[in-house]
Design a binder for this molecule. Structure first.
Ligand code: SAH
Ligand code: SF4
Length: 381
């Protein structure tokens, strides 16, 4: 690892009645301004101003806003905040990947309230990997997060906050980049948790992130990854409209039942059927299938052929992910030669099949390695 664990602290807002502005729709802010007797003629302008300062200016205090009436800002600050969740730890990998351990507010006196967010810089883009839950209810056997019980779902504000925190730390605000060269160009819902088991909050957060008057992230540059919660897949396309990634990992139920146990509830036939009908396919955008390469488990040429068969009716891209080990994991990564042969079979059948380069492994920031620090420390003891 390069330097660099930085212990950071920032202001905490533990009052649950204080809402985060950035977890609100514009329409909700506008309703609030109405309650504060902002004249209706000004309402839309004031809402946009607030939205602008929040998402383009990156302000963290109402006092930084200089073109709105002081009295209104005062009123707002009694019920709302622009402050972020606190960063407990920041790490930078020697490949430039950054990981933040973030403290969230505690519910039901739970002791573990941390999530991780990861930034992966590449030549032409920067991807932020965002968490949707503390822990996960699903127990995929190769995934570190899966060994951590679900504590709770994140709120929309906590999901958006991860993007704002990363922009703060990377100095990625519009005001500092007059040419609008963004460091974070893409968002993937591939951190801790199953986003489709927190559908409403994820939907709201992504709608806020894509709102044209704010961060205006393009839907094409957002990918939601699911382990295959079939009933929600169509809703992702219709109601959120972002790119879909499916954690497939096996082309036969016998193997997938073990790797991704939710497969027993939503078996491959149903999952593939939902993907074949995914609304965006009609607009010719591809579905990404994630396939973790596990030595002697799912990496034979036979497995590759089965994969080709089940995906034959879906415009797809298959991301081959070399297994990232974590403390206590029982699997081994397939040999690189085997992964390349596997990729070639898929390529020859017409599938784009990139092999994902592991990023941030030295700080446990790679796919499937995320876990709350508090839990990790307990395990070490
Ligand atoms: N819960 C969602 C979102 C998490 S995305 C989902 O499962 O899709 C994280 C991706 O990394 C998933 O494709 C997951 O299957 C994969 N993954 C999990 N553990 C991994 C590991 N140890 N090595 C490589 N990939 C892993
Ligand atoms: Fe949960 Fe996804 Fe990990 Fe499975 S792979 S345990 S669904 S986070």
């Amino acid at each position: 690892m390069l330097d660099t664990s930085l212990e950071l602290s920032s202001t905490k807002h533990d009052n649950p009645n204080i809402k985060k502005i950035y977890g609100q729709f514009k329409s909700e802010i506008s309703e609030e301004l109405e309650k504060f007797h902002v004249p209706s003629k000004q309402n839309s302008m004031r809402t946009k101003q607030l939205w602008n300062w929040t998402f383009l200016g990156g302000v963290t205090e109402f006092s930084e806003i200089n073109n709105m009436p002081k009295e209104l800002l005062n009123q707002l600050s009694k019920n709302y905040t622009l402050s972020r969740n606190s960063i407990a730890k920041e790490q930078k990998s020697n490949d430039g990947t950054m990981k933040w351990l973030i403290d969230l507010e505690s519910e039901n006196n739970s002791t573990n309230n941390q999530i991780e967010t990861v930034f992966i810089p590449e030549e032409k883009r920067g991807t932020l990997c965002i968490s949707s839950q503390i822990g996960c209810t699903l127990n995929c056997t190769f995934c570190h997060t899966g060994t951590q019980k679900l504590v709770r779902n994140l709120t929309a504000a906590e999901i958006v906050s991860q993007l704002l925190i990363a922009k703060d730390r990377l100095n990625d605000w519009h005001k500092n980049n007059p040419n609008n060269v963004r460091k974070i160009t893409n968002v993937v819902m591939m951190g801790m948790g199953e986003p489709l088991y927190n559908f409403e909050a994820v939907k709201k957060a992504l709608q806020i992130m894509t709102d044209f008057d704010g961060l205006a992230l393009s839907k094409r540059r957002i990918t939601l990854s699911t382990s295959g919660i079939v009933p929600y897949i169509e809703r992702v396309g219709n109601e959120i409209g972002v790119s879909l990634a499916v954690s497939l990992h096996a082309a036969k139920d016998e193997i997938r039942d073990i790797l991704v146990p939710i497969n027993k509830k939503y078996p491959l036939r149903e999952l593939i059927n939902a993907c074949e009908n995914y609304p965006r396919i009609k607009n010719s955008s591809k579905i990404t299938f994630e396939y973790v390469m596990l030595k002697d488990i799912n990496d034979s040429l036979e497995d590759a052929k089965d994969l080709i068969k089940i995906l034959s009716n879906i415009p797809s891209k298959i991301n081959l992910i070399p297994f990232n080990p974590w403390p206590g994991s029982n699997y081994m990564c397939s040999d690189m030669k085997k992964i390349r042969e596997f990729a070639k079979v898929l390529l020859d059948a017409g599938f784009s099949s990139p092999i994902r380069k592991p990023r941030g492994q030295d700080i446990l920031a790679a796919c499937g390695q995320l876990k709350s620090e508090t839990i990790r420390l307990k395990i070490k003891k």
